[in-house]
Design a binder for this molecule. Structure first.
Ligand code: SAH
Length: 482
């Protein structure tokens, strides 16, 4: 079985560090199913290809601790197709890039990858392959192989040559393959026990929750074991980005119709942000961490905004944004106003330069606190929009919600939530460091002592800080720097 991964990016060879594989040597290791090799057939400044080859011993499989009696005994396709054995080989060869550690490797910047899988076994055909892989942001090309090229009358095999092309990180790419190759193959070479759903959540947690076919994927990955599938789906549902802040807040709220209230809060937040965009007569807007494109939907209605850029690290979120914004059916003129792109706020990105306003709506609390300074440099030092609008939950307010309380955070993916004082201190420091002026305000209904549920900071680049800002208005406005 052969699998090649090509990364197209400048200094492509740096990926050797991320994968923990020296481009100059060949990696070889025995594992339970056979032997795996990883090596680099091509290395240049522009692109680098990594090949993974496995030699599977079908006889050992049949005789092994979990014999595959249904696999046609001693003669089977296992040595030749991508399967759960390939996933094991991927884990053996690229353990650190595939693990949570890989997810935090700064050198693993998103880049264009082309993956070639010459033989993917799939019992449910081409359509299933596309249905499962395309929502992750890949362009998928599938060609069905004949059973035997010498005897065309025998017809096609359930084996497909698959090429994936997309912009992502090595960690994401490997975790997609690790989870999905066995899903396509729909067989496993070992007994699926309780720990299998842990594995699914560990490797798929970041992207599977928002995948439109997560149910199908969980069923096939967990070999249709209903209790496992149900518990995995329940846990994934908690992580669904669609169950975003708005709904998490809804779940936490108690008054008469909490869902409506919290939905109302996110709307109010977005309207407040839109007002701050209009206030400076912005012509261009970068929505960083745009999620499903809720702010962009409002921004598209503003004629003055001629250039809209939505960026998110999640391809699933971007696919949803494209749907929400009806990207496919926009007129050419409307289409030209809008760009959606995958990218991370933690890495310098030329595409972010030259915007009047950048908005980070309920995004910073999703970044590790230790990485916030990376975001600050990217946004305030390199991109340098005239105005930066940041919103984030107000932790002081959490006690108002019984289900959240003093100790918990509002959403499982939040790395922190700031009190008003913490937020203001941060804003002050950032403004001082990067020569911006910061104005803080609460968003949502104010309660005595605990303030409003959400908070916002408007940063204006010092050179052209508008006078209007200081007069921004209500009692909740407080100028934190001057
Ligand atoms: N701004 C949107 C979404 C908020 S949810 C809204 O208000 O509706 C937070 C979003 O931040 C998610 O879509 C998540 O994918 C994105 N995100 C998390 N880390 C990111 C990073 N490093 N770079 C860019 N986006 C990121």
């Amino acid at each position: 079985m052969l699998l090649t991964l090509t990364r197209h990016a400048p200094n492509a060879a740096d990926i050797g560090y991320v994968l923990g594989k020296n481009p100059a040597s060949v990696f070889q290791r025995e594992f339970s199913g056979g032997v795996v090799w990883a090596f680099y057939p091509e290395v240049s400044d522009e692109h680098v290809t990594i090949a993974l080859v496995t030699e599977i011993d079908p006889i050992a499989l049949v005789r092994g601790p979990a014999p595959l009696t249904h696999l046609g005994q001693y003669i089977n396709d296992r040595p030749y197709v991508a399967s759960s054995l390939t996933s094991v080989a991927l884990r053996v060869a690229f353990s650190s890039a595939l693990s949570g550690k890989g997810a935090h490797d700064e050198r693993d910047t998103p880049a264009r990858w082309v993956v070639k899988l010459p033989a993917v076994a799939c019992d449910a055909g081409e359509e299933m392959i596309t249905r499962i892989l395309a929502p992750l942001g890949y362009a998928v090309t599938v060609t069905q192989a004949p059973l035997d090229a010498r005897f065309p009358q025998w017809g096609p095999a359930d084996i497909y040559s698959v090429t994936l092309e997309g912009e992502t990180t090595a960690h994401n790419l490997l975790s997609h393959l690790y989870v999905l190759l066995p899903v396509l193959d729909n067989t496993k070479h070992y007994y699926v026990g309780d720990d299998e759903s842990e594995k699914l959540l560990a490797h798929g947690g970041e992207w599977l929750a928002g995948h439109p076919e997560r149910e199908l994927i969980a069923r096939r990955y967990l070999r249709y074991k209903r209790p496992l599938v149900e518990s995995a789906l329940a846990r994934l549902a908690e992580r669904d980005p669609a169950l975003s802040e708005a709904e998490a807040e809804a779940g936490a709220d108690q008054p008469s119709d909490p869902a409506e209230q919290a939905q109302g809060l996110h709307e109010q937040r977005l309207n407040t942000v839109m007002a701050a965009i209009r206030e400076v007569g912005a012509r261009s807007l970068a929505d960083l961490g745009c999620g499903e494109g809720r702010l962009l939907t409002l921004a598209m209605r503003e004629r003055e905004l001629t250039r809209l850029f939505g960026m998110d690290v999640s391809s699933v979120a971007l696919a949803r944004a494209a749907r929400r914004l009806h990207v496919d059916s926009l007129s050419a003129a409307q289409r030209a106003r809008l760009t959606l792109a995958q990218g991370s706020l933690l890495y310098r990105d030329e595409r972010l330069a030259g915007f009047d306003v950048a908005a980070l709506v309920e995004v910073i609390e999703h970044l590790d606190a230790a990485r916030l300074n990376a975001m600050e440099r990217v946004v305030f030092h390199h991109a340098q929009p005239k105005r930066v609008i940041v919103t984030t939950p107000n932790r002081d307010y959490n006690v108002h919600w019984e289900a959240v309380g003093e100790q918990r955070l509002r959403h499982h993916d939040h790395r922190f939530e700031w009190t008003r004082t913490e937020c203001q201190a941060w804003a002050e420091r950032v403004a001082r460091t990067y020569r911006y002026r910061a104005v803080w305000q609460g968003i949502g209904p104010e309660e005595p002592d605990i303030g409003a549920p959400s908070q916002m900071v408007i940063f204006d680049r010092d050179a052209d800080a508008a006078d209007t800002l200081v007069a921004a208005g209500t009692e909740t406005v407080r100028q934190t720097t001057s």
